[in-house]
Design a protein around this ligand. Structure first.
Ligand SMILES: Nc1nc2c(ncn2[C@@H]2O[C@H](COP(=O)(O)OP(=O)(O)O)[C@@H](O)[C@H]2O)c(=O)[nH]1
Ligand SMILES: [Mg+2]
Length: 387
């Protein structure tokens, strides 16, 4: 059960072997380069990629998945029975290596629990960026189990650690709000480079595969490239995008998009916004204004305000989240770049210190590199446990 208890160090795990996705998506950059988006003479007119971006060859239409198939595509659970390790597992190689290397040596042949073992666990948790507060509380919980004689040996200690870790994450595993109103409006915010636009592309792909009618709004009007990037995602998934390079007023883009989504009976409108630092008061005010504008388009909108956090920035993500939440009332998180970092422990700090649900995790740059957040499979992949 505990792979790393049996194995000595496995540095090769750091090198994730390339795995072919089921459908070959274009890398984001390639798609961007090939997207010859032409600004129109009337920038205020609604632009629908399906009718304006002929140079982009859309991906072949995929039949909507039923629930079971959709689960298999997006859940972190290893449901691909013909593959011994899921792609998700491979994608968390760095965090797993950081967490389990060294612990394996310590555990090899060890039966008794001693201070050295607890110290090493503590160090590993801190190195994986679980953070002081959460690490201390996990170690304290382990010590309590030991003193109550509920843990007999090293194996049982790891069972308990794993269970405690899953429990922590389960506190922020919440179902997303259902699409009750049409359109359901989701605003995506975060700092520059966190992965907002990429995440929107993945969300569009995910919800379209579930059979929903999706529309995107290019609300990042600061960077023309951001609009083009979103349009490329729209084209790839044959999803309309409102907004075009050259428009400068993001509030009006989002308002137009909300109107258009209503008229076209769209199920889900996902709005991109410009990256801003949580310390930039003016830009945070602008984000508040965007939310107000959307709320005027429809009484309960926006239905969701998702904050995209880059896991690789570690503990800084916590402060960012607090300040975004203060400003606009974040309803849920997407934590990205968990594939490229050894700081996968940040999810525990997020779960412990912020009372915000984690809905999705990003584990790569492709459209299917988004997972519905699943604490058990996440901890299993991190601790190299297999069932
Ligand atoms: N490895 C990895 N890269 C990601 C992930 N999400 C986004 N990126 C990359 O991060 C960079 C910034 O993403 P982008 O969506 O443009 O960020 P934005 O400025 O917040 O919109 C791009 O190169 C993306 O391909 C992820 O989950 N894993
Ligand atoms: Mg962007």
């Amino acid at each position: 059960m505990f792979g790393f208890l049996r194995r000595k160090k496995a540095p090769e795990k750091l090198e994730t072997p390339p795995i072919e996705p089921a459908v070959q998506p274009l890398p984001a950059d390639t798609a961007l380069q090939s997207a010859k988006v032409e600004p129109t003479a009337a920038p205020e007119a609604h632009q629908d990629l399906q009718s304006t971006s002929k140079p982009i060859t859309p991906a072949p239409e995929r039949a909507p998945l039923d629930d079971a198939q959709a689960d298999e595509t997006v859940l972190g659970v290893d449901t691909h029975r013909d593959k011994p390790k899921s792609r998700f597992w491979q994608q968390l190689a760095r965090s797993r290596a950081s967490f389990t290397e060294g612990l394996g040596d310590l555990f090899l042949g060890k039966k008794a629990i001693d201070e050295e073992l607890l110290d090493e666990i503590e160090t590993r948790l801190l190195l994986a960026d679980v953070g002081q507060t959460t690490t201390q509380s996990l170690i304290k919980a382990l010590q309590q189990h030991i003193s109550r004689k509920q843990i007999a040996d090293a194996n049982a200690l790891f069972e308990t650690l794993s269970r405690l870790m899953v429990e922590r994450l389960q506190r922020v595993q919440k179902p997303r709000p259902a699409f009750i109103e049409h359109p359901h409006i989701m605003v995506v915010c975060g700092i520059n480079g966190a992965g907002k636009t990429t995440t929107i592309g993945k969300l569009a792909y995910y919800f379209k595969n579930q059979g929903h009618k999706v529309m995107l709004a290019a609300g990042d009007t600061f960077r023309a490239a951001a609009v083009e990037q979103l349009m490329a995602w729209g084209a790839r998934n044959q999803i309309p995008v409102i907004g075009e390079p050259g428009r400068s007023d993001s509030a009006s883009v989002l308002f137009d998009a909300a109107q258009s989504a209503k008229a076209r009976q769209i199920d889900l409108l996902i709005a991109d916004t410009a990256g801003r630092l949580h310390t930039q008061g003016g830009l945070m005010d602008e984000l508040k204004k965007l939310v107000r504008v959307i709320s005027k388009s429809q009484p309960n909108a926006p239905h969701e305000i998702l904050l995209v956090l880059d896991a690789s920035i570690g503990q800084n993500a916590l402060n960012q989240a607090r300040l975004f939440h203060q400003a606009v009332g974040v309803t849920g998180l997407v934590v990205t770049k968990l594939d490229g970092t050894a700081k996968g422990g940040i999810l525990f700090a997020i779960a412990d210190e912020l009372a915000l649900p984690i809905y999705f995790v990003g584990v790569g740059e492709q459209q299917d590199d988004l997972r519905v957040f699943d604490p058990q499979s996440y901890v299993d992949a991190l601790l190299d446990r297999q069932s």
